[in-house]
Design a protein around this ligand. Structure first.
Ligand code: PLP
Length: 389
């Protein structure tokens, strides 16, 4: 099956008992047993597993071309399942620009287990490879990254770190947060990554109405550890949220095409606007490592970042004069959203860290929805006019 067919059918076949075309939302906390150790329908207690979550996990695994997927109550909960693979004193190598919440998880939660983060000097496979130490167990990356959309070569990185052996005699596991491209536009496992994480809150859900996360993996032993963690720690996704994600998944390929189209149109517009200092969009032929878009992706998500001339006051003026586009955190929904990474998504980073990686006070991130691009351009032009005057 091809991707759009998978999105509609895998994990979402008619219910064998009733013929219901949509997967029923199974609202029960527990399941009746036949006798001691004898389950009736394969389920025992809904935290451990339940039909709604099982169906969703089958869907997500298929979208990522993975053997297994696990669903969690948020993208952050999915990340903790991966980080639980670490022992105290282990180390993570991270690409320079990761989601602010991931940074916070590393620095404010896992630091108490003395887990150290080595941030690579840039996103090249050499730089990532040079950051490895005997203690490195995970290499964590985003491509395109949040919010600067930096790209790194997943296949080359997987190959380079694949020959390295740490103190346990194992190779570091390559973890890709695939939230931005979504499975429609990038499948890291097929490029040699070991673990994929998602904030399903974004494109997979796609309707700005649910908080959810997932991991996808091929290795049996890694899966068993994270499956154990999912049940033992308990940050599981509720059945109704599973239903919402499966509903979103059916239109994922269609939605991504429109998000992409809008990103190309709006990035071009922004580049030609006098109030805009710089535009970050991997679709530009002169964007750093632009060739990776064709090499490892099937398309680009609706994400564009840009710097406004002047400082924070001009950014405030710009936000205040938008009529259609909404100022809000998050991304990947049908409605276009703008955010200010320095004070919103990346507020967890100290100011000098932020400036060092380019998340300056005049940086704006926009998540293009699926509206008509002409209306988005009218709104942006109107709000930017207040700055140029
Ligand atoms: C939103 C986001 C997360 C966190 O996901 P939640 O569902 O909000 O917990 C992780 N990574 C990226 C890239 C994100 O955009």
């Amino acid at each position: 099956m091809r991707f759009s067919t998978i999105a509609v059918h895998v994990g979402q076949r008619p219910d064998p008992q009733t013929g219901a075309v949509c997967v029923p939302v199974t609202l029960t906390s527990t399941f009746a047993m036949e006798g001691i150790g004898q389950l009736r329908g394969g389920y025992e207690y809904a935290r451990s597993d339940n039909p709604s979550r099982h169906a969703l996990e089958v869907s997500i695994a298929a979208l990522e071309g993975a053997k297994y997927a696990l669903a969690f109550a948020s993208g952050q909960a999915a990340s903790t399942a991966v980080l639980d693979l670490l022992q105290p004193n282990d180390e993570i190598v991270a690409t320079p620009n990761v989601y602010g919440g991931t940074y916070r998880l590393f620095h404010n939660i896992y630091n108490k287990y003395n887990i150290k983060i080595n941030v690579a000097r840039d996103t090249t496979a050499e730089a990532i490879n040079e950051s490895l130490t005997q203690k490195t167990v995970l290499v964590w990356g985003e491509s395109p990254s949040n919010p600067l959309l930096q790209l790194f070569d997943i296949a080359e990185t997987a190959e380079r770190i694949g020959t390295f052996r740490n103190q346990y005699g194992t190779k570091p596991l390559l973890v890709i947060d695939n939230t931005f491209p979504s499975p429609a536009f990038q499948n890291p496992l097929s490029l040699g990554a070991d673990i994929v994480t998602h904030s399903c809150t974004k494109y997979i859900g796609g309707h700005s109405d649910v908080i959810a996360g997932a991991v996808a993996v091929n290795d049996d032993a890694v899966y068993e550890k994270m499956k154990f963690y999912q049940n033992a720690a308990g940050a599981v996704l509720a059945p109704f949220s599973c239903f919402l994600l499966q509903r979103g998944i059916r239109t994922l390929p269609l939605r991504m095409k429109k998000h992409e189209e809008n990103a190309y149109k709006i990035s071009e517009f922004l580049r030609g606007n006098a109030a805009v200092e710089e535009v970050f969009f991997p679709g530009f032929a002169d964007f750093p490592r632009h060739e990776l878009v064709a090499k490892q992706m099937n398309g680009l998500p609706g994400m564009v970042s840009f710097k406004i001339h002047g400082g924070i006051d001009n950014v405030k003026k710009f936000f205040a004069n938008l009529n259609l586009i909404i100022l809000a955190e998050s991304l990947g929904g049908p409605e276009s959203l703008v955010c200010h990474p320095a004070t919103m998504t990346h507020a967890a980073l100290p100011e000098n860290e932020r400036n060092k990686i380019g998340i300056t006070d005049n940086l704006v991130r926009i998540s293009l929805g699926i509206e008509d691009h002409e209306d988005l351009i009218d709104d942006l032009r109107n709000a930017l006019k207040t700055i140029t005057k």
